[in-house]
Design a protein around this ligand. Structure first.
Ligand SMILES: [Zn+2]
Length: 237
C-alpha cells in the first residue's frame, strides 16, 4: 500500500508541476476565441455604419446625374424662351424656367445635405476603421504566434509528464479515474493531511478518518473538499 500511495504522491507532484503548462494550453485557444469574437463584433458595427455611408454616396451620385439633366433642361428651356413669338409664349417659357430653377435649387440643397451626411460618417468611421484594421492585424499575429507557443508548451509538458504513466500504472484504476475526474475541478487534487487538518481546504478531518490516513491502509478523500489525502509519515522513505 505504501508503494501505491508513494506513486500517487509522485503522480500528483508531476501534475502540479505541469499545471501551469496545462492552464496555458487550455487558455491560449480560449483567449484567441474571445479576441476573434470581439473583432467580429467590431467589424459588424463598423460595416453597418459604413453601409449607411455607402448608401448616402449612391444617393449623391444619383443626385448629381439628376442635376445634370435639369441643367440640360434649363439650357433647352432658355433657348425656347429666346424663340418666343409673343407675350403668351414668353410668359410660358418664363414659368418653365422658374420651375426648372426651383428644382435645381432643391436638388442642390439635397446634395449639400448628403455631402454633410457623408462627411460626418467619414469622420465618425475613421477611428473605428483604423481600430478594426489594427485589431485584425494583432489577432492574425497572435494566431500565428500561438501555433508555435502551443507546440513549445506541449513539448515542455511532455518532458515534465514523462513519468506520469509509470506512476499512474501503480494506482488502482477506479482510484485513478476518480482522481482524473476530480483533477478537472480542484487543485491540488491530492494534498497532505496534517495535524488533523486537510491542507487543501483547511477543514478539520474527522478523527477516525484521520487515524486511517495515518495508518495509510487505503486511499481516502477529504469529506469537505473531496481532495485525496495522505500523511507525510506514510510516504516517507
Ligand atoms: Zn479538504
Amino acid at each position: 500500500m505504501q508503494d501505491k500511495l508513494k506513486a500517487f504522491v509522485k503522480l500528483a507532484e508531476i501534475d502540479a508541476s505541469a499545471r501551469h503548462l496545462e492552464e496555458q494550453l487550455e487558455g491560449i485557444p480560449v483567449e484567441l476565441e474571445e479576441r476573434r469574437v470581439a473583432v467580429e463584433a467590431l467589424e459588424q458595427l463598423v460595416h453597418s455604419q459604413k453601409r449607411e455611408m455607402d448608401e448616402a454616396e449612391a444617393l449623391m451620385t444619383a443626385q448629381d446625374e439628376d442635376l445634370k439633366l435639369r441643367s440640360d433642361m434649363l439650357s433647352r428651356s432658355k433657348a425656347k424662351g429666346a424663340k418666343a413669338r409673343n407675350m403668351r409664349e414668353a410668359e410660358a417659357a418664363e414659368r418653365e424656367l422658374d420651375a426648372i430653377r426651383r428644382s435645381i435649387k432643391e436638388g442642390e440643397a439635397e446634395k449639400e445635405r448628403l455631402q454633410g451626411v457623408i462627411e460626418q460618417s467619414r469622420s465618425i468611421l475613421a477611428e473605428p476603421l483604423r481600430e478594426l484594421e489594427e485589431q485584425k492585424q494583432n489577432l492574425a499575429e497572435a494566431e500565428a504566434a500561438s501555433e508555435g507557443r502551443l507546440a513549445e508548451l506541449r513539448a515542455e509538458r511532455d518532458v515534465i509528464t514523462a513519468g506520469r504513466k509509470e506512476a499512474s500504472g501503480k494506482i488502482p484504476k477506479p482510484i485513478f479515474r476518480r482522481y482524473e475526474r476530480l483533477r478537472t475541478q480542484i487543485h491540488p487534487t491530492l494534498t497532505e493531511a496534517k495535524d488533523g487538518v486537510c491542507m487543501g481546504c483547511r477543514i478539520q478531518i474527522a478523527p477516525q478518518l484521520y487515524n486511517q490516513i495515518i495508518k495509510g491502509d487505503d486511499f481516502y478523500q477529504c469529506q469537505a473538499c473531496q481532495r485525496f489525502l495522505y500523511h507525510a509519515d506514510v510516504v516517507a522513505d
